[in-house]
Unconditional design. Structure first.
Length: 163
C-alpha cells in the first residue's frame, strides 16, 4: 500500500511531467539549416546533357526562403573545392536561385521545411587543363534567406567528371 507521503511525491512528479510535456517549442531558428540527402549519380561527362541531382533538406524558422523573381540576390551557393580560396571568387562559386516555393507553403509563424533538389547538367562541370583525363570536385553548399542569414555548409562528397 502507498503511504500519503509517497502519494504526494507521485502526484507532484506527474504534475511536473504534465507541464513539461505542454511546453511550447520554438518555431525554429531564423538561420536556415540544411542537410545533405544524396548526390546521384556521382559521375558526369563534361558538357553533356546528363544531370547530377543534389538533394538536401532545408528548414527556416521564419520562412523567408525563396527568391524574388525581380530581385538581384541569389539564394543557393555552391563552392567548387578545386578553387576554394582562390583569387577569383566568381571562378569557384556557382550562384543559383531557389525554385519557386508555393505561396501556401511559407508561414512565418510555423517556418518552412522541405527538400530542395538541384539538377545540374554537364555544362556546370568541366575538367581543368592539367587534368585532361578526368577531374574530381566537391561542392560546399549553403543558402541565404531574404534577411541575408547564411545557413550551415554541407559537402557533396566527390563528384567525378569525365572528359
Amino acid at each position: 500500500m502507498v503511504d500519503m507521503k509517497n502519494l504526494w511525491i507521485i502526484i507532484i512528479l506527474i504534475t511536473i511531467g504534465g507541464f513539461t510535456a505542454c511546453k511550447k517549442t520554438s518555431t525554429g531558428s531564423k538561420i536556415p539549416q540544411i542537410s545533405l540527402i544524396k548526390v546521384t549519380p556521382n559521375t558526369i561527362q563534361m558538357a553533356s546533357t546528363d544531370t547530377i541531382s543534389i538533394s538536401f533538406n532545408i528548414a527556416d524558422g521564419d520562412a523567408d526562403l525563396g527568391n524574388d523573381p525581380e530581385g538581384t540576390l541569389y539564394d543557393i551557393y555552391m563552392i567548387d573545392s578545386r578553387y576554394r580560396g582562390g583569387p577569383d571568387v566568381s571562378e569557384d562559386t556557382i550562384a543559383l536561385r531557389f525554385p519557386e516555393i508555393p505561396k501556401g507553403a511559407q508561414n512565418p509563424s510555423k517556418g518552412v521545411e522541405g527538400v530542395c533538389t538541384l539538377d545540374l547538367d554537364g555544362g556546370y562541370f568541366y575538367v581543368r587543363d592539367d587534368h585532361p583525363e578526368g577531374d574530381t570536385l566537391q561542392f560546399d553548399i549553403y543558402v541565404i534567406d531574404k534577411a541575408l542569414h547564411k545557413s550551415n555548409l554541407i559537402n557533396t562528397g566527390d563528384i567525378y567528371i569525365t572528359p
